[in-house]
Design a protein around this ligand. Sequence first.
Ligand code: FAD
Length: 448
Amino acid sequence: MMPFPIAATDAVAHAGVQPESCDVVIVGAGVLGVTAALFLRRRGLNVTLLEKGRVAGEQSSRNWGWIRQQGRDPAELPVAIEANALWRQLARECGEEIGLTTGGTTYIARTEAEMKTYADWLPHAAAHGVDTRLLTAEATDVLIPGMSRRPVGALHTSSDMRAEPWVAVPALARMAAREGVVIVEGCAVRGLDVQAGRVAGVVTERGRLRAPEVVVTGGAWTALLLRQAGIHIPQLTVRGTVAATEAVPDLHAGCAIDERIAFRRRQDGGYTLGPAGFHEVFLGRDVFRNLTRYLPALREDPTGTKIRLASPKGYPDAWTTPRRFSADEVSPFEKMRVLNPAPNRRIAEKMRSDFAALFPGAGEVRLKAAWAGMIDVMPDVVPIVDRCPALPGLTIGTGLSAHGFGIGPGFGRILADIVTGGAAGHDMSRFRFSRFSDGSRIRPGPAL
Ligand SMILES: Cc1cc2nc3c(=O)[nH]c(=O)nc-3n(C[C@H](O)[C@H](O)[C@H](O)COP(=O)(O)OP(=O)(O)OC[C@H]3O[C@@H](n4cnc5c(N)ncnc54)[C@H](O)[C@@H]3O)c2cc1C
């Protein structure tokens, strides 16, 4: 089987020198940190992007590669529309082939009840002029020919796209570096430097870096880092297993999912597979601490989350991971340069056989790789993208809840404008930091 393309043992591609000071420090070089850095640089700021492991080593390379507007929380939809346009722009500007293809998103329905749920989302698309529509069974069969199980219909958005995650985000990082962002891989931020009640920079494994503005886009590690400054967010992580087939005949150009399996064509002619409605949570202290906040989401999707006993050693919520540590000791971030969870092999094999059964015309389906990612989630399935009210100078972008690859450049642009005092351009109240402490009811976004 092919090894996962980004590993902690890879040579460092961005060996920037950590400066003594800069205008903005960004912690974490996933899709959000990379695009926020790029847009901040384009606003004329000196930006340092610090990454404990490798650019896009975690979620931003491990995802399915879907760039979708379809099925979004209504508050996210305008950002997703902007992100689609930004992906096109960035793909042109970076001058590298990132696999950006407009193949559409399709949710295949096997029951009338599913069709009803999908129909309920159409008004959101219509309100923003997105080309989402319901397809009949016949139209679904024409769009995705050769399926062994007959659909009742589908929800389809032709303008949705796909890209190759482990190619795309590193390509955007190279562009950001060319434009002047200082990127330092293999450099963990151990804590925020707080002085006189505001952020004064960060403390890394290489020492202090002074900056009046710090943006934390640390994915699965954000809650642990913020905790060092006494800031608590109810973030958890869940494991998602992914598999990649070897090349098969061209079955469908876009991204699609039915009641069992998600599939997306890759540039190399294979398909990236994900299980429909299946992820695993490892028990740890944060799970117990935040459980009640997740009850609304669990009620909406009672079967999707499978519980696994202890969080493996070194993970953000492992029993032995220290929750507080001092800035002059080796931190959990350095001990886990790239969080590379073992995939669930049983699920990977089930995906292979489900895919082969759905497309009997594909011939023998073989897997060339299987991997997993720890997905950072929030109780209402939408991120925090906001300034931190308790700590001037700190801005947070995290909790993209399994759908941040596609929307990432949109929130990256917004983070840049938040930091520079510009207009977010969209109603950001749904993504405010304070929603978990101001008595608001937790309203999970659509599990679509
Ligand atoms: C299996 C799977 C399937 C998915 N499918 C899709 C999909 O098809 N479409 C979609 O839109 N989204 C999808 N997602 C979600 C998407 O990948 C994420 O929402 C998105 O990549 C999050 O980006 P990020 O930049 O916030 O975090 P990440 O990509 O996780 O990046 C955070 C970075 O911060 C670094 N970091 C953390 N702490 C520190 C520190 N203290 N110092 C320095 N660096 C630090 C980490 O090493 C990491 O590289 C999927 C995710 C997974 C795992």
